[in-house]
Design a protein around this ligand. Structure first.
Ligand code: ATP
Ligand code: MG
Length: 359
């Protein structure tokens, strides 16, 4: 269990990120009051395009020093492409956090909550996590082009897998599986990618020896995506390389609802640097400023934060509160993306009230 109080840097960012953040904080405060978890929140205005337009940079020079002392970053969304190009805003903030804070695990829950519509015909009981390697693999930026502009034009981009990098994400995934239902699925493609993926498989096998109580299976990425859609209830923890994990961690949540409700965590399991908890959605310029964004992704990200620090009772209660409110399907409470007539405030406050009514 982490320190109590939990020190949290609140970074609302841009667009709807800043609109949903207050409800995320309020729900954490509410659940903290009931389950005796203390928080120390400090809000930062950087990692936003407003900050960029004032200072010419997304963040102050000493951002790392400022944020390192926190247990976690609670992050809204960044980017307003009409004002600042996405590569500038993203590389100047969120991707810096991931890299410099060595958040080598990306974790996404895929859980079908009552009251949420799924595009799947026969979803069954979906409740699993995708664990994505977040720092190396296929996204190496190593490679090059030769004979550009000629018919001999050739491009190469390398995949980089290191034993340290792979083992540490596998270790995290196995530990998660051990705490849950002791079942782990590895995404591979060793029948087509003949050097790196068989080696990935061998590291999975090696790690599995340390976790004899965890049942392990593996699927090639192509059939695995089909199973996500056709038999998602068979999964518990799915671990994948950077590229495969990128795909699976969008596909999984897409099977369990709208983009407005999905949360995500970028985790540094060692705790050397803070981990980051955020909604999957971006700043959504098309609906920003209207107060109609769904706050559930932000609130659920707070639930992941609690779970990460071992506050499982509080985390379970927060998820239950979200589920209870959504399950009632009250049109005046739900936001438009869920078919309702409510807004950020009605849904955010309903969840906060649901938490406060517990116990
Ligand atoms: P990113 O910034 O991650 O690249 P994006 O900016 O392309 O993503 P989002 O901001 O996630 O995309 O928005 C995609 C679509 O989903 C938009 O039409 C947006 O209005 C809608 N959307 C996203 N988040 C929410 C939300 N919380 N509530 C309602 N609608 C949302
Ligand atoms: Mg965006």
């Amino acid at each position: 269990m982490a320190a109590n109080p939990l020190k949290i840097a609140v970074i609302p960012g841009d667009g709807i990120g800043a609109e949903v953040m207050p409800y995320g904080v309020r729900c954490l405060q509410a659940v903290g009051r009931i389950f005796d978890v203390q928080f120390e929140f400090e809000e930062f205005d950087f990692a936003s395009v407003d900050y960029y337009e004032k200072h010419g940079d997304m963040m102050p020079k000493d951002w790392k020093e400022k944020l390192s002392k926190f247990d976690a970053l609670y992050f809204g969304a960044v980017g307003m492409p009409d004002r600042v190009p996405d590569d500038v805003s993203l590389w100047g903030s969120l991707l810096k956090f991931r890299r410099e804070f060595d958040q080598f695990v990306n974790l996404r829950p895929c859980r079908l909550l009552k009251g949420v519509t799924t595009p799947l015909a026969n979803p069954g009981d979906i409740d699993f996590y995708v664990v994505r390697e977040n720092t190396e693999g296929e996204y190496s930026s190593i490679g090059g082009k030769i004979f550009e502009g000629t018919d001999r034009e050739t491009v190469i981009q390398e995949t980089v897998m290191t034993r340290t990098g792979v083992d540490r994400v596998l270790q995290y995934a196995f530990e998660l599986a051990q705490r849950r239902n002791k079942k782990l699925t590895s995404a591979t493609k060793s029948n087509g990618i003949s050097i790196t993926m068989p080696w990935w498989d061998s590291r999975v096998l090696e790690m599995s020896k340390k976790f004899p109580d965890v049942a392990v299976d593996k699927y090639h990425i192509d059939i695995l995506t089909a199973h996500f859609v056709q038999r998602p209830h068979i999964f518990d923890v799915v671990v994948a390389t950077n590229l495969f994990g990128d795909i699976l961690s969008d596909l999984g949540p897409a099977c369990t609802g709208t983009i407005g409700i999905a949360p995500s965590a970028n985790i540094n399991p060692s705790g050397t640097f803070p981990s980051l908890f955020e909604p999957v959605h971006g700043s959504a310029p098309d609906i920003a400023g209207k107060g109609i964004a769904n706050p559930v992704g932000m609130i659920w990200a707070g639930q992941m934060l609690l779970g990460h620090f071992g506050y499982h009772e509080a985390a379970d209660a927060l998820l239950k509160a979200i589920e209870n409110v959504l399950a009632r399907s009250e049109p005046h409470i739900l936001t438009a993306d869920m078919g309702g007539k409510g807004d950020t405030k009605s849904l955010g406050e309903a969840i906060e009230k649901e938490i406060l009514a517990m116990k």
